[in-house]
Design a binder for this molecule. Structure first.
Ligand code: AMP
Length: 373
């Protein structure tokens, strides 16, 4: 699925330097894609020997609030992007005074805050689960009386992979629940009605400087303990819903005037509606299968978008299931390498911790015609 272009833009030539905020596996895979197209990457991260820095030419290891380091970094790169969205907006703004940062810091600001994010979805006519902004325990009790139980209390800011979330069941202690989330999010939370969803899906849209856009096939995702376990394409949802998911992703990217990638996670309700859950203006874990099953993968598409290159074809040539290797799952690396249908991706993390994303494996089978969107 692709869209029309506006005016031509002068692309950033291979050999230019791409700055990446964040040192995780997403930055690593952006850097690998960039290297294949002849670009040089410079990572800005807070930890040395991080997955991204291991494969990039340059790295600045400093606090994300170190203004001198940020200015020096900006002077050394031609364009910058973020591989995770919890970089302080002020730091990104500082760098954006010197060089283009794509997507723009304003997009980051919306994606960092669940209140802004849900307001944004609703404002452009995309449905979410019913939600309330919560600013204290008393406020929480009122929101629960409006949305009912079960419901889910989430920190408005700095939550990821289920951190800063608590389910409010009949026996939930509101004081404990509020205490659990209030520390991480600066005292603001979001209460969401619990969605008894049929499936979870996500869509990743790329949009260029010229407004051209493309989308990867929507993915069906399985989470456990709020963390992505596996993602499969094609998603087992009706064709009209895959089209609606792409349309929602595209509308969000347009409304944000986004340059880069936007991943939108959604719930499919049992009566066939899509409810937006959250978005991330970067490559996404649920799109890792594109590395092995598409003509252009999400990381290359990100590089193309932020460098002003033509977007590549997102066409999928195989059905795929991507499984995260969390914590000790990674000890199976040798067995996985022995499986001819599997492609192994390891992130170079030295320390294995329970639940930590250590790598992923994608298994391909020939593309099924009937179920594809
Ligand atoms: P999030 O951090 O918002 O992406 O949530 C992580 C995961 O928790 C989601 O992918 C769902 O599996 C689950 N979850 C989050 N919000 C809800 C909700 N309102 N209703 C049911 N499950 C949810």
């Amino acid at each position: 699925m692709t869209g029309d272009k506006k005016a031509p833009i002068r692309p950033l030539a291979p050999g230019s330097v791409i700055g990446i905020f964040g040192g995780g596996q997403l930055g690593r895979m952006i850097a690998l894609a960039a290297a294949r197209l002849g670009y040089v990457c410079h990572i800005f991260a807070s930890e040395a020997d991080c997955p991204a820095a291991q494969v990039a030419t340059h790295a600045t290891i400093a606090s994300y609030e170190d203004r001198d380091a940020l200015r020096t970094f900006a002077a050394a790169v031609d364009v910058a992007t973020c591989e995770f969205e919890n970089i302080p907006v002020e730091s990104v703004r500082l760098v954006a005074e010197q060089i283009p940062v794509r997507p723009d810091w304003k997009v980051l600001e919306v994606a960092q805050d669940r209140v802004q994010e849900k307001t944004f979805f609703n404002t452009i006519g995309l449905e979410t689960a019913p939600w309330r902004r919560v600013v204290g325990q008393g406020n929480l009790a009122r929101a629960i009386s409006e949305l009912g139980r079960p419901s889910i209390l989430k920190t408005a800011r700095f939550g990821y992979d289920g951190k800063g979330q608590v389910r409010i069941d009949d026996d939930a202690h509101l004081g404990h629940a509020w205490h659990h989330i209030s520390g991480t999010g600066g005292g603001v939370g979001v209460l969401e009605a619990f969605v008894d969803f049929a499936q979870e899906v996500s869509v990743i849209v790329a949009r260029g400087i010229d407004g051209a856009w493309s989308a990867f096939d929507p993915t069906e995702n399985t989470h456990a303990n709020h963390v992505l376990q596996s993602a499969r394409v094609p998603a087992r949802v009706p064709v009209f819903l895959t089209a609606a998911a792409v349309d929602a992703g595209h509308r969000a990217a347009e409304a944000l005037d986004l340059v880069g990638l936007l991943a939108v996670e959604m719930f499919v309700t049992r009566d066939g509606r899509l409810l937006m859950n959250e978005m991330a203006p970067r490559p996404h874990n649920s799109g890792h299968w594109t590395l092995d099953a598409c003509l252009t993968d999400q990381f290359e598409q990100c590089v193309r978008a932020i460098c002003g290159l033509p977007l590549g074809s997102p066409e999928r040539h195989a059905d795929a299931t991507m499984t995260n290797l969390l914590g000790d799952d990674v000890v199976r690396w040798l067995d996985i390498l022995g499986d001819p249908s599997a492609r192994l991706h390891l992130y170079g993390k030295k320390e294995t911790r329970p639940g930590r994303k250590m790598g992923h494996v994608t298994r391909l089978v020939p593309r099924s015609v009937a179920t594809s969107p």
